[in-house]
Design a protein around this ligand. Structure first.
Ligand code: BT5
Length: 268
């Protein structure tokens, strides 16, 4: 039995996994999923690769996707939604992964707005959603998930050591990637269906519960704009609400850095 039929078997009856494509090497599972989506592949189609040669992060960044160690996959989504709200899908994805890590591996996983899953200060998973847009509407979207599963410390490139972690490093267990895929796909599917039925408001409470930022002092940069404040929450449309000296500000996209507490105190 190969991975393909094992995965199909594991996900039988589920929306996520209705169609499964398994590859040894791909440039990016997101790119392949977009190509399949343009070819009318149905919602729930899953594209999994053992290795990506050009795994993508946001804004042209790279996702380190070595063979044999991680879960690198994308799923095709066909939500009826306005393009303006497409970024919410990353948060739904990050929530799904964090829920799976909490529920099945007992890890204190948190979502760092908008698309990182963290354990402590280290990133264990990144999520990248891409929408194919016609006019104002999302024609279809692709949700890409990179979860580090079997990495030891030395398996990360030098610049990520100390910043990245894996299921194995956190649990001490060599969890089979197929098992992790079943767990993550099921959790993603349930959060996505909730989002489809009730919109962002349906997932917001769970997201707030596992937020790595709420209540903390942060600095958000978006291009050349830099906003400093306390993360007060996430609003009904997925924007981060920052309490700043000049009042509350909503931030739609950006990079978050924690402001060290001592720095925070010094500045007050
Ligand atoms: C992300 O971007 O975190 C989204 C990553 C999505 C990857 C998946 S894998 C399957 C699918 N197909 C793709 O081509 N992509 C998706 P961003 O927030 O921009 O973070 C990127 C940054 O994370 C990099 O600049 C590194 O600092 C760090 N990073 C790269 N590889 C990592 C890894 N394996 N583990 C932890 N951190 C990593």
């Amino acid at each position: 039995m190969n991975d393909h039929s094992k995965i199909e078997d594991m996900l039988k009856g589920r929306l996520f996994g209705v169609n499964v494509h398994v590859f040894g090497t791909l440039a990016s599972t997101n790119d392949t999923a977009v190509a399949l989506g343009r070819d009318a592949a149905p919602e729930g189609t899953l594209v999994v690769a053992d290795r990506q040669t050009q795994g993508k992060g946001r804004l042209g960044r790279r996702w380190d996707s070595r063979p044999g160690l991680g879960l690198w996959f994308s799923v095709i989504l066909r939500p009826a939604m306005n393009a303006r709200h497409a970024s919410a899908l990353s948060m739904v994805g990050a929530l799904g992964v964090a829920s799976a890590l909490r529920g099945d591996y007992n890890l204190p996983a948190e979502v760092k707005w908008p698309n990182d899953v963290m354990v402590g200060q280290r990133k264990i998973c990144g999520v990248l959603s891409e929408g194919v847009i016609t006019g104002d509407a999302v024609d279809f979207a692709v949700l890409g998930v990179g979860l580090n599963v079997l990495h030891g410390e030395a398996d990360f490139p030098e610049d990520l050591r100390g910043k990245a972690t894996s299921v194995r490093l956190e649990t001490g267990k060599a969890v089979a990637r197929l098992e992790a895929l079943a767990s993550v796909a099921a959790a993603l599917e349930s959060r996505y269906l909730l989002f489809k039925a009730r919109g962002f408001a349906g997932v917001r409470p769970a997201l707030l519960e596992v937020s790595a930022l709420v209540g903390k002092p942060v600095v958000v940069t978006s291009g050349s704009v830099r906003v400093e404040g306390t993360a007060a929450g996430i609003d009904d449309e997925g924007a981060l609400v920052l309490r700043t000296a000049g009042g509350d500000r909503r931030v739609w996209a950006g990079e978050v850095e924690g402001l060290a507490l001592d720095e925070h105190r010094r500045r007050r």
